[in-house]
Design a protein around this ligand. Sequence first.
Ligand code: PEP
Length: 251
Amino acid sequence: MSKMIVANWKMNMTSAQANEFFDEYAKHIKKTKNKVVICAPFTTMPTVFKRRRLGFKLGAQNVHPAENGTHTGEISAKMLVDAKVTSVIIGHSERRAQFGECNSFINAKIKAAVAAGLQVIFCIGETADEREMGKTFEVLKKQFIEGMADIGAEAKKNIVIAYEPVWAISGGDPNKPSPTPKSAEIAEVHAFIRKLGKKQLKSSRIPILYGGSANDKNFKEIFVIENVDGALVGGASLVPSKFAAMCNFNK
Ligand code: PEP
């Protein structure tokens, strides 16, 4: 089965660095039936779009719910479409924690993005404390239900869920790796999200990605777990050979 592999470059990559990345990526990437999306910083988007013949779509890491207006520094869904973006990450834990984004704001963003025809990569995930307190499923259910509130049936078809346990996301320092969940833990949560999708969205097969320290060493193990339809990749997506190895997955 083909997988979806999404790069989250976060606040990394100037245009020159992106070009260097693609020159190297081109040496490693094979023709694949997997769907690859690169979510780039806004300033790097034109460069990334120019290299799309390497077999990926352009994604964004943020969108504002309003159509336009007095929102200094923000970008609307229409502007993303104008920049040739086809997917956007919404609900990432870094935006929740660093920018105070709550479920209702995330819901407004999702509505605006799907209304503009964008595919939404909707992130949900529990913190280490929430997991320790046994609240994982409660937290995920709340994020899921509130984030997806009042989203029409048609729009739901354009939504991909990314399960990202916050405690597993790498902090950017390769010398201090974050723990990765055991396969059984990923399987348990993905099965739970699959059930939520069926119940809340009446969708039997909403794609569910795993995110959190996924890399070229562990992806083969992760990709064979039931209900894992691909990965959202941070740190490893900045290294061309590592990211290409993941995109080349073939099973
Ligand atoms: C992320 O933050 O979306 C992510 C998956 O990061 P990393 O792979 O670096 O843990």
